[in-house]
Design a protein around this ligand. Structure first.
Ligand SMILES: Cc1cc2nc3c(=O)[nH]c(=O)nc-3n(C[C@H](O)[C@H](O)[C@H](O)COP(=O)(O)O)c2cc1C
Length: 212
């Protein structure tokens, strides 16, 4: 299939240095709120890139559940491929493609597990079906059929028909502590605007405009 004629002209007004917040988390918050107001589908969906000892990059979508000055939090199975990678190499990248707004945000940093008490708090806030789902799925392992998963789901559901689903020790959150955050805004003639925030040793952020 030849896709060479597929192209979008970016029509938004671009991004100027004077409009940026000095704090990238505040800048992210502004853009995140705009992504939600624009009704983008799953604005909190982000691509997580990891590289394990085999040096082969791997990407997948995860959902951002919290963010603040300390970092960006998502939840997963601690025995999955991504988790193995992050144990071997804590350096990761996150990527948001908010294409309806002609924007992307790229974050590089280090991932670490959050405390089990914080993970538990979030686990308890999830619908029961999702709590059971965490138990059922040995994420990233080969499974012989869907019916195996469904049988296990029903087994756990029946076991805990009364009372709470226990918190699985192999499930929880990661926080990505950012070291670089780039905001990309599409502009005319492919002269897009890119601003990269880089964390300095004194914890301030240096802001550089990058060529598109
Ligand atoms: C929209 C969307 C949201 C997802 N959210 C999560 C998530 O928050 N946590 C998670 O572990 N997997 C999530 N997944 C599944 C992952 O993309 C991936 O398939 C799974 O985590 C296994 O990845 P791994 O084998 O690289 O560890 C999501 C997938 C999609 C498409």
């Amino acid at each position: 299939m030849d896709l060479s004629s597929m192209r979008e002209e970016y029509v938004n007004n671009g991004l100027r240095r004077k409009d940026l917040d000095q704090n990238p988390i505040k800048q992210f918050e502004q853009w995140f709120e705009q992504a939600m107001s624009a009704d983008l589908i799953e604005a909190n969906a982000m691509t997580l890139a990891t590289v394990g000892n085999d040096m082969m990059p791997s990407v997948r979508t995860v959902l951002l559940k919290f963010f603040d000055e300390t970092g960006f939090v998502f939840f997963s199975n601690y025995e999955s491929v991504k988790s193995k990678h992050m144990e071997e190499n804590s350096k990761v990248a996150l990527h948001f493609a908010w294409l309806g707004l002609e924007r992307q945000v790229k974050i590089e940093g280090r991932a670490e597990k959050i405390s089990s008490s914080k993970s538990l708090k979030y686990f308890l806030s999830r619908p029961k079906g999702s709590q059971i789902g965490a138990w059922v799925s040995q994420q990233s392992q080969v499974v012989s059929s869907r019916s195996v998963l469904e049988a296990k789901f029903n087994e756990i559901k029946n076991k805990f028909v009364k009372g709470e689903i226990p918190f699985p020790s192999f499930w929880g959150g990661y926080i990505v502590k950012p070291e670089k955050i780039e905001f990309w805004q599409g502009a005319k003639h492919r002269l897009h605007d890119r601003f990269q925030y880089t964390l300095q040793e004194n914890n301030s952020w240096q802001i550089d405009r990058l060529a598109p």
